[in-house]
Design a protein around this ligand. Structure first.
Ligand SMILES: [Zn+2]
Length: 283
């Protein structure tokens, strides 16, 4: 470059708008999983009448809107299903790993336990990351979502092999903090639009999350057992708002991640160390 060009570059960067210095998430592959499907309807509701809803239809509608939104923001999206079909639990992770996904987001609808005092009254949304369930309520949701395993007609498979389960567990541990951060940003964005209460970020052992080796979360977008919430999560407008909030949460997480890694890589460069790995490194 000539001296004149160098001066021009220097002048241009001095006047560059503030926004160009804010790191924007690079193109990533996000795996979007619509819970249940085919002969696995998931939950149905609501309690006490109103049009019957099936979880598998709502998760697919929200997942499609989420995928379209993320693609419009420059992300590569892989959906575990695009039709009313059954993906066996554990295969979602396989699909996600083969797609070399950077993030995995599974969409579900919650159901109140009929033994609760006012099951139809339960409302709200919660985001899970994979870790040991600590409360009875977390164990309830894990049991409910893992019950889909009964649709797995294959004989034993890797799931019955304790060693492979342990190995999966070890691989997942390094994504624990990232998964927890992703759950926080999604839950925070849902809080801005959801008419129901935030039930918080929670943790439990979901088969669907165990098998995907990337930051992974499961979002319970609302209670299909509550008549008002069932109507909202079934409406195109409600689904659009939910999908946009989840996409906002994913992008917010990626921006955090990029800021953290560029900060630590410049610190490492200064200290003469190798740069850190991205969340999608272990394969
Ligand atoms: Zn579900």
């Amino acid at each position: 470059m000539t001296a004149a060009v160098l001066m021009m570059v220097a002048a241009l960067s001095a006047f560059a708008p503030e926004s160009t210095t804010v790191p924007r998430p690079a193109r990533r592959t996000i795996v979007v999983d619509a819970g249940h499907g085919g002969r696995d309807n998931g939950m149905h509701g609501p309690i006490g009448g109103g049009p019957t809803i099936y979880e598998k239809n709502i998760t697919l509608a929200v997942a499609k809107k989420l995928a379209a939104d993320l693609e419009s923001r420059g992300m590569t999206v892989v959906m575990t299903r695009k039709t009313d079909t059954l993906i066996t639990l554990g295969d979602q992770g396989k699909i996600a790993n083969e797609a070399r996904g950077d993030l995995f987001i599974s969409v579900h609808v919650n159901a109140a336990n009929t033994g609760w005092k006012d099951p139809g009254g339960a409302r709200g949304y919660e985001t899970y990351f994979l870790a040991e369930a600590k409360t009875e309520d977390e164990r309830r949701v894990a049991r409910m979502e893992n019950a889909s395993a009964r649709f797995d007609t294959r004989s034993n498979g890797d799931r019955d092999n304790p060693l492979s389960f342990l190995l999966n567990d070890m691989m997942q541990n390094e994504h624990l903090r990232e998964s927890s951060d992703l759950a926080q940003t999604i839950q925070g964005q849902l809080k801005k639009i959801h008419p129901g209460p935030s039930r918080g970020v929670k943790q439990a052992g979901f088969i669907v999350l165990v098998t995907s080796f990337m930051p992974s979360v499961l979002v319970e977008i609302g209670f299909g057992t509550n008549p008002a919430e069932a109507a909202w999560i079934s409406s195109p407008d409600g689904q659009y708002q939910i999908a946009t909030a989840i996409a906002d949460g994913a992008m917010e997480y990626l921006a955090h991640f990029d800021r953290r890694s560029s900060a630590s890589s410049s610190a490492n460069v200064a200290a003469g160390r190798a740069t850190p790995s991205t969340p999608s490194t272990p394969r």
